[in-house]
Design a protein around this ligand. Structure first.
Ligand code: HEM
Length: 128
């Protein structure tokens, strides 16, 4: 007979596996991407003009959206590569925020360029 402990562990494991998985939601994806599309040119202009407060707001908005889709399984492409790309994308956004804190314009511009590179990579790999 199963003890209450093994039952508890089974429930806990099920909860953990659900927490790490989220079903791909196309409407949410498109909302997040439209937000990216609206913010990226603003971010780029703010970086060029050394407007750090504005750049930080744009970076945070982009990062918040991308964080919300990180547990999706893409319709096209590999889930492990998706995880890696989104992790790199979020880390780059945080490096951009750190550059804002330091008023480091070169660092901020490098972060923006890397976000663009990861966007291109992500679209080539995962866009259906
Ligand atoms: C700032 C960076 C990015 C911008 C500006 C951007 C922009 C866009 C735009 C405008 C669309 C079309 C949305 C629509 O149909 O309404 C799109 C779709 C998509 N993007 Fe991005 N994107 C960015 C980063 C990324 C990254 C890093 C990934 C993957 C890791 C990604 C994956 C996708 C996918 C899978 C779709 C297709 C969504 C669907 O229709 O199912 N994007 N993106």
């Amino acid at each position: 007979m199963r003890s209450w402990k093994s039952g508890f562990v089974a429930v806990l494991m099920a909860a953990v596996s659900v927490a790490a998985f989220a079903e791909y939601d196309k409407a949410t994806m498109q909302e997040v991407m439209q937000n990216n599309l609206a913010n990226l040119p603003k971010l780029s202009a703010a970086a060029d003009a050394a407007r750090y407060m504005e750049a930080a707001g744009d970076l945070l908005s982009i990062a918040t959206g991308m964080y919300s889709i990180k547990d999706y399984t893409p319709l096209k492409g590999d889930k492990a590569a998706w995880d890696q790309t989104i992790t790199a994308f979020l880390a780059t956004a945080f490096r951009g925020l750190a550059a804002c804190a330091d008023q480091n314009q070169a660092g901020l511009k490098a972060a923006v360029a890397e976000l663009v590179r990861l966007r291109n990579l992500g679209h080539a790999a995962f866009r259906p």
